[in-house]
Design a protein around this ligand. Structure first.
Ligand code: DLL
Length: 424
């Protein structure tokens, strides 16, 4: 579609969306009234800047379903992801939402060269996380044969990869490298002993060096895929040119803003990605602050697609960490530690490292001075309790080290509680 026609379509969809949320969503109506904006004020695509922002916190504050704009019987699915503290975020999908989400992924996979005839192993987690089911539906839509292995049980995954002649895989980049290591221990070379040639990898930051390493070590072309649970889940992928993500312009309107001022930045300049989902029904998303940093590419991609294109992500505006594909906020750790009376929860440090190909999370937390004279069995009990509490709060395994009160750094300015030693 020529760009001008796409813009006309986007404006029409935006206008309909704004009228719909103003009429049916108490959340959006009150936000728009606070901002002094009425649907009649939206008379061009640029007028989107008059609309208020939406944050992850809004989903958490309206837990579980305060932002859902339809009756429960119209929803066909929920996905749930971690919030910054305590409450998770819940996204409800209507049948049409699942249709458009699958459509996005069908286009994404097609643009990366996956299609009918491919056998695609989906090794993202199935369940409340959006990666597994999202890619599963997208791959089925284009007629690929899906092997829904989910994560874990890696040796069996490698056997199936060989036996079912898997040609493409979807998983996090770190899990792909881990699979390569496990395969090596089993005496199998992914490069020489399997038919795997393409990997659709994302859900966590990774780099061009990692792409080269994946190609050299595994003989696999890796394509970057991006999305967030609030927007539906994974949505866009690189095409075969590997020059950024194609944003499906009839479904999604992206803006790049200065994270401090909220003002738009020109193409090529990096800022925060803010997304409006033009056709989402169950949980409408208008001007959602993703917290992810990227830029809009100016030129049309040499593949010929006229959809807007985003550069690779280069970080976040907040302190969110991604550990084994799971979002972890330091505030969640603090919140959980403060609920345990045996530790001095306000004094802690988070150390993230990579063991082999996988992320490793260590939390050091202080315990009162006199607790160190306790029996070793008592200390082990406290350590076990803290590890269990953190694991259930974060959904990620954590190693805890108990240290003596006063031994961790104190901060005069902004606390720097995270040491991230992962080399990208
Ligand atoms: O990670 C959805 C997803 C599943 C994307 C499978 C890709 C593949 P969340 O758990 O809500 O959703 O995490 C979203 O992960 O805001 C980014 O910070 C980060 N992220 C996702 N993809 C990439 C990527 C899924 N390709 C958060 N590169 C986002 C860098 C990524 N960061």
């Amino acid at each position: 579609m020529p760009k001008e026609e796409l813009h006309r379509l986007q404006f029409k969809l935006l206008k309909t969306l704004v009228y719909r949320v103003y009429s049916f969503s108490p959340f959006y109506q009150s936000r728009m009234k606070e901002a002094g904006v009425h649907p009649d004020d939206i008379n061009s695509l640029e007028d989107i800047s008059k609309l208020p922002f939406m944050y992850k916190k809004d989903l958490r504050d309206n837990y579980p379903d305060g932002l859902i704009m339809c009756e429960q019987e119209e929803l066909v699915r929920y996905h749930v992801s971690s919030g910054t503290t305590g409450k998770p975020t819940v996204v409800g999908y209507t049948g049409k939402d699942i249709y458009f989400w699958s459509e996005s992924l069908a286009r994404a996979l097609t643009s990366a060269g996956v299609g009918r005839g491919d056998v695609m192993q989906v090794s993202y987690g199935y369940g409340l996380f959006t990666g597994g089911l999202g890619l599963h539906y997208g791959a089925e839509r284009i007629g690929a044969t899906v092997v829904p292995t989910s994560v874990g049980n890696t040796e069996r995954q490698i056997e199936l990869m060989q036996d079912l002649r898997v040609t493409a895989i979807a998983c996090t980049p770190s899990y792909l490298l881990h699979m390569g290591e496990v395969a090596g221990k089993m005496g199998i070379s992914i490069k020489n002993d399997t038919l795997l040639r393409k990997a659709i990898v994302g859900a966590e930051p990774w780099s061009e060096q990692m792409r080269t390493h994946i190609k050299e070590a595994l003989g696999v072309d890796a394509y970057d895929i991006y999305g967030t649970s609030e927007l539906s889940g994974p949505l866009f992928c690189e095409c075969e040119q590997q020059q950024g993500f194609h944003i499906w312009g009839d479904l999604i309107y992206p803006e790049i803003l200065d994270p401090d001022t909220g003002m738009p930045l020109p193409p090529g300049e990096r800022g925060e990605l803010v997304v409006t989902m033009l056709q989402k029904e169950g949980l409408p998303i208008i001007r959602y602050r993703t917290g992810d940093i990227t830029a809009i590419c100016e030129e049309t991609c040499s593949c010929g697609r006229t959809h807007p294109r985003l550069e690779r992500l280069s970080g976040r505006v907040d302190d969110m960490l991604i550990i084994r594909g799971i979002n972890v906020f330091p505030s969640q750790i603090e919140h959980a530690l403060l609920s345990i009376p045996d530790v001095v929860g306000e004094h802690f440090m988070i150390i993230v490292d990579r063991k082999g190909a996988l992320d490793d999370l260590l939390v050091k937390v202080e315990i009162p001075h006199d607790a160190f004279s306790d029996k070793i069995t008592d200390l082990m009990r406290v350590k076990g309790k803290v590890e269990r509490t953190l694991r259930s709060a974060l959904n990620v395994a954590v190693t805890v080290e108990l240290v003596e009160s006063g031994s961790l750094p104190r901060f005069e300015g902004k606390a720097k509680r995270v040491i991230d030693r992962r080399k990208m």
